[in-house]
Design a binder for this molecule. Structure first.
Ligand code: PYC
Length: 312
């Protein structure tokens, strides 16, 4: 019998967006800051990433979360997030999934837990009824109203902002943000990303399109294209953080005022911010949503399987 790695995992979803938390059995990434361990994971263990989230074990929108020891002494856990094409800096829905999964396993109780990520420490709070709030890394807008020429569509304007990942946020695009249109929206947002990358923002890997909300409780609806070609079923925690940074910079949302962001499938996150530095436009966003455990099990990585390392 060959040596078959066994990965213990817990699956969850946050507003419809799935997360697979790998508890143990993953590659040994050594010690040190999480940014260094993420680089090691990307450079030396990419087949493991693909095996965990890609078909035949995973699915298109699935985000993986590797639980690792923290480096920052004030954090209890460390996590490295990734999707079907590569690692992510942070992941808001994934942090909510991580917290609900740790609670499911009896490893945490309601209250606050600090988590180390490759882009900084985040603080999560587990409340009643599967609600989790995540105080994210400092977020800010880098560029306002950047105009790009999108082949087949013409000029599109948007803001470049950081919320733990890099986003291009577009308000004015003429598209209907509805689940029946996700194919069209994916193609459109993909072309925007290419144009934004070519226009001097190669770091932008998420595109966020906004429209009016479909329900009275929400302030806005979004469609978020993640790295690769999967769209976020949730309103995207890092994307909502980037949105709050833009709203704060434009004076359209007050400190502490709730912003309910609806996703393309109608799930919601509630965001709020606190100013960190008004001059620099830097905020501390807190995003709240609900997450539920859907499965737990063991993945087997059988080297005799021609698709052991996932369909890339
Ligand atoms: O919730 O931050 C998020 C996220 C990023 C990619 C998918 N979800």
């Amino acid at each position: 019998m060959p040596d078959i790695p066994r990965l213990r995992f817990v699956d969850s979803h946050t507003g419809g967006e799935p997360t697979r938390l790998v508890m143990d059995g993953g590659p040994d990434l050594g010690a040190g800051p999480l940014a260094e361990r993420l680089a090691r994971f990307r450079d030396a263990f990419d087949p493991w990433r693909s095996a965990i989230v890609n078909e035949p074990r995973g699915s298109e929108p699935l985000v993986g979360a590797l639980l690792v020891p923290p480096h920052r002494p004030d954090c209890r856990f460390g996590v490295i997030f990734f999707n079907r094409v590569g690692p992510l800096g942070m992941c808001g829905h994934g942090t909510m999934g991580l917290v609900t999964s740790l609670a499911h396993l009896g490893m945490i109780s309601p209250g606050i837990v600090r988590i180390d990520t490759p882009v900084g420490a985040v603080q999560a709070e587990l409340h009643a009824k599967n609600e989790i709030s995540v105080t994210n890394v400092p977020s800010f807008r880098r560029a306002r109203a950047v105009a790009v020429d999108v082949p087949g569509f013409g000029e599109v304007r948007g803001d470049v902002a950081w919320g733990g990942n890099w986003f291009f946020l577009v308000e004015d695009h003429g598209q209907a943000i509805e689940s029946a249109a996700v194919g069209q929206l994916t193609g459109f947002a993909g072309r925007i990303r290419q144009a934004v990358n070519a226009a001097g923002f190669p770091e932008v890997d998420h595109v966020e399109l906004f429209s009016a909300a479909a329900t009275a409780a929400a302030r806005s609806r979004n469609f978020v294209l993640c790295p690769g070609d999967a769209y976020d079923r949730s309103p995207c925690g890092t994307g909502t953080s980037a949105k709050l940074a833009c709203l704060a910079a434009d004076g359209k949302l007050r400190e502490g005022e709730p912003w309910v962001q609806e996703s393309v499938i109608g799930s919601t996150f509630t965001g709020r911010f606190r100013w960190l530095d008004r001059e620099k436009g830097e905020i501390e966003p807190t995003i709240a949503g609900t997450a539920f455990v859907t499965a737990e099990g063991v993945q087997l990585l059988d080297p005799r399987d021609p698709f052991c390392w996932g369909i890339r």
